[in-house]
Design a protein. Structure first.
Ligand SMILES: CC(C)(COP(=O)(O)OP(=O)(O)OC[C@H]1O[C@@H](n2cnc3c(N)ncnc32)[C@H](O)[C@@H]1OP(=O)(O)O)[C@@H](O)C(=O)NCCC(=O)NCCSC(=O)/C=C/c1ccc(O)cc1
Length: 382
């Protein structure tokens, strides 16, 4: 185990040094490696220091225990906001989004070993990186619409680049994808069997180059093309494209209901159910976010999402985020009472407000540093 760059937290984020490789290990297994402020600051310091350090050629990222990372530490944020400080949330996101941007534009290859749960903020620290390796126990989701939030961490960039309208489906329904699905739609670059991950890791630790083709060649030796399960959502791309291309959330749901009346496919019924359980405000701002993301750079997406998330933290238009956290992570009754409760009560003007600047003289837009690269593209295998 190596010493961390100054200021990084030594408990929640571990670093291993092997030759030219640094392995960053998220280490809060009981909380499924939920990202704390200390972890985000530690990661920021590591990524910044290693980019300047010629001795470092490759970064590996992984989680301790049964999760890669289940997202931002929502419990800590809710505690802080309930104590009257929405700015804690804003600062948390400012640092988290800056980290996502540095990863998206990083000059050295990052290999994320996505074993177990990868949700929300966990996707943000991995999917923007060059290599994303999934396995047979990977479970990915952006579950924010069930939490009263929206897919953030630059998700409006990578989800909007998935085939057809799959990104809209994944974002609105909070759909869970397995490792093979992530690989097929382009969220992952490789699929490696779980029992071969340690061997891959050992090989990567011997790498002495930042050449992405050389690194890719090593991962290729351990990976294979997984097959999609028969009931995979990717086998329903035709229905997804037909329904999730509609202009509004109401039209998406009614198109799905039309499908349900013509078929007994349980997947359609389950998708309608997920949309009906989610926060109506979250659904509407998420749809607009993904649609805007289609034509924006990763930096533009993060800047827009930062405005949106500050509005959510302030609770000016809706307090659904606090209710969602209560229902899912605090009381765990899984029965949130959304306000407004129905889609037709969330008017266009209310949605529009989430995309505006915050009316507070002390508030600033997200300023991102100048970088050489503009982020990478998602390549689907379909
Ligand atoms: C499906 C999960 C991932 C696993 O379920 P499980 O196998 O039944 O495990 P548990 O739910 O019992 O989780 C084990 C422990 O990890 C904790 N945990 C599990 N995810 C978490 C978690 N994101 N946080 C904080 N404790 C957690 C969870 O509360 C629990 O703690 P404890 O009750 O003390 O044993 C389940 O935990 C779950 O739905 N987690 C929430 C997933 C989620 O919504 N992720 C966050 C997306 S939103 C996001 O990333 C940004 C949030 C954020 C928002 C505002 C901010 O200012 C900053 C950040």
């Amino acid at each position: 185990m190596a010493s961390l760059p100054p200021g990084a937290d030594s408990d929640q984020l571990l670093v291993e040094e092997n030759g030219s490789t640094r392995t960053l290990i998220m280490n809060r297994p009981k909380q499924l490696n939920a990202l704390s402020s200390a972890m985000i600051m530690g990661l920021l310091r590591c990524f910044t220091a290693y980019e300047k350090d010629d001795k470092v050629k490759l970064l590996i990222m992984k989680g301790k225990g049964r999760a890669f990372c289940a997202g931002g530490d929502v419990a800590a944020v809710v505690r802080a906001i309930n104590n009257g400080s929405w700015k804690y949330g804003a600062d948390f996101f400012r640092n988290e989004f800056l980290l996502n941007y540095i990863i998206a534009t990083y000059s050295k290859p990052q290999v994320s070993l996505l074993a177990g749960i990868v949700m929300g903020g966990g996707a943000g620290v991995s999917l923007h990186g060059r290599f994303r390796v999934t396995t047979e126990n990977t479970v990915f989701a952006m579950p924010e619409t069930a939490l009263g939030l929206f897919p953030d961490i630059g998700a409006s960039y990578f989800l909007s680049r998935l085939p057809g309208f799959y990104g809209e489906y994944v974002a609105l329904a909070g759909a869970r994808l397995d490792g093979a699905e992530m690989h097929a739609c382009g969220l992952a670059t490789h699929f490696v069997q779980l029992n071969r991950l340690p061997l891959l890791e050992e090989s990567l630790k011997k790498v002495d180059t930042s050449n992405p083709f050389a690194v890719c060649g090593i991962i290729d030796q351990f990976s294979h093309q997984p097959s999609l399960k028969e009931n995979s959502s990717l086998n329903r791309l035709e229905i997804i494209n037909k329904c999730f291309s509609k202009r509004t959330v109401e039209e998406i749901i009614s198109a799905l209901e039309q499908e349900a009346s013509n078929s007994a496919d349980e997947w359609v019924a389950a998708t309608i159910q997920s949309l009906k359980k989610a926060s109506p405000t979250s659904l509407k701002i998420s749809l607009r976010s993904i649609r805007e993301g289609r034509t924006q750079t990763v930096g533009e997406c993060l800047r827009r999402e930062y405005r949106m998330v500050c509005h959510v933290m302030r609770g000016d238009f809706s307090r659904d985020f606090f209710e969602g956290c209560r229902a899912i992570l605090v009381d765990k009754d899984r029965n949130p009472k959304w306000m407004p409760p129905r889609l037709e009560q969330v008017h266009d003007e209310a949605v529009e407000q989430y995309f505006s600047r915050i009316n507070d003289p002390q508030w600033e837009d997200l300023n991102l540093p100048a970088r050489r690269s503009h982020g990478r593209n998602i390549e689907s295998k379909l």
